[in-house]
Design a protein around this ligand. Structure first.
Ligand code: FNR
Length: 373
């Protein structure tokens, strides 16, 4: 039996996702990020005016180390949202990804709901978005549609399996990703959609030739919760919370015994500027937010979203000053205390958390003999 959805199913799904993402988003609930604390040192030694919050992603300089991550496009309502997101992104100098472009690849009349991003944010770093099931030619079209600077490929097996009309066959994804990487003229970033990339997955993606990954971990938008609401019997609620939280993904892939050899972006459950700084300190080169951005826009309006993005930039600078980090690489030498469930899971994955707690020390701590011994 084919699970390929019809065009109208795809379109109404977009609007349903938006409504459910708003309704089900675990607003500011405690999560793995709360297991990550910084050691406070009282002589930061830097001046806020000298702090550089910018970062380098895929060879490009981003003035702001967070971005608006993939959400939507393709219907009248979502085109309006993309226009507002793009204007806010342009105003605050942040990069922006669009939602899955499949609907526009199948029905070119819907492409304008995506193109609006480039029109409203002509100078922004824009990421296109497809799944691994598109052909290499379609991936090229997706990039051209937006004049995209990079292409995201989303991995969403957990979502598809809970979606009544979703895919059931996940063979050949690695090969399909390699073929897309070879065909498109821009760097490819493979991302999850809120269930987290394991180190093993990232290693396979390195072999497939991708330029970067976005771990897109759990803790924020939960597509099992969203798709379960769309099932007649809502019978998969016990799977809500599936996957690895973003902080754990970063610890496993960057602080473990075998750090992965490619740039890692972080997203999933990012609630505030402290989560941005926590992610950067755990090694992410930039940090994405979707649910929080969507909620701010829909509940408070475009002007509030603009203000929020500027506030996040200011606060990231404030937090970096407090931590004595003049730039993002220096954040990676701050002392980080990981506790609770995240610590237990990270240790099982081989992460040396004691080392992380002492990174700012010039050499590993030694026990010095007490005078008179
Ligand atoms: C998403 N996300 C998403 N991701 C993707 O790669 N393609 C897509 O089309 C969508 N669509 C989408 C719609 C809506 C309404 C939301 C809220 C999210 C997933 C998103 O990019 C991100 O990985 C997760 O939402 C986790 O981040 P947050 O929401 O916890 O910040």
């Amino acid at each position: 039996m084919s699970h390929e959805p019809t065009a109208s199913q795809r379109v109404s799904r977009k609007d349903e996702h938006l409504e459910l993402a708003m309704r089900l988003h675990g607003q500011d609930r405690a999560g793995a990020f709360d297991d990550v604390a910084f050691v406070h040192h009282s002589l930061p030694g830097v001046s806020a005016g000298q702090v550089d919050i910018g970062t380098t992603v895929l060879g490009s300089r981003w003035e702001v180390p967070f971005y608006i991550n993939a959400m939507t496009g393709g219907t009248r309502a979502t085109a309006r949202i993309n226009a507002d997101l793009a204007e806010a992104a342009a105003d605050a100098g942040v990069a922006i990804a669009c939602g899955s472009q499949h609907v526009a690849l199948r029905d070119p009349e819907r492409a304008d709901g995506f193109r609006v991003i480039r029109r409203r944010a002509p100078g922004a770093f824009v990421l296109g978005n497809v799944g691994p099931t598109v052909s290499p030619q379609e991936a090229v079209q997706a990039v051209e549609m937006l004049e995209a600077n990079a292409l995201q490929i989303h991995l969403n097996a957990a979502q598809e399996l809970v979606m009544p009309e979703g895919d059931r066959d996940f063979t050949g994804w690695s090969e399909a990703i390699s073929a897309i990487v070879a065909a498109v003229p821009v760097p490819v970033v493979v991302k999850e959609v809120g269930f987290g990339l394991s180190r093993r997955t990232i290693e396979a993606l390195v072999r497939a030739g991708v330029a970067a990954v976005d771990v897109a971990g759990s803790g924020g938008t939960d597509f099992i919760a969203i798709e379960n609401e769309r099932r007649a019997r809502r019978d998969l609620s016990y799977l809500i919370g599936w996957g690895q939280p973003t902080a754990l993904c970063l610890l496993e892939s960057l602080a473990g015994p075998k750090p992965v050899g490619l740039p890692v972006l972080a997203s999933g459950g990012v609630r505030n500027p402290l989560d941005v700084v926590r992610s950067l300190a755990l090694g992410a080169c930039a940090v994405g937010a979707s649910g929080h951005v969507l909620r701010t826009l829909v509940k408070e309006g475009p002007e509030a979203l603009r203000r929020e993005l500027h506030t996040w930039s200011d606060h990231v600078r404030t937090l970096m000053t407090l931590l004595g980090a003049a730039d993002v690489p220096q954040l990676r030498r701050t002392d980080v205390l990981v506790t609770g469930r995240t610590a237990e899971q990270a240790r099982l994955l081989g992460v040396d958390l004691e080392r992380l707690a002492h990174r700012s020390e010039p050499s590993p701590p030694t026990i010095s003999p007490v005078k008179g011994d």
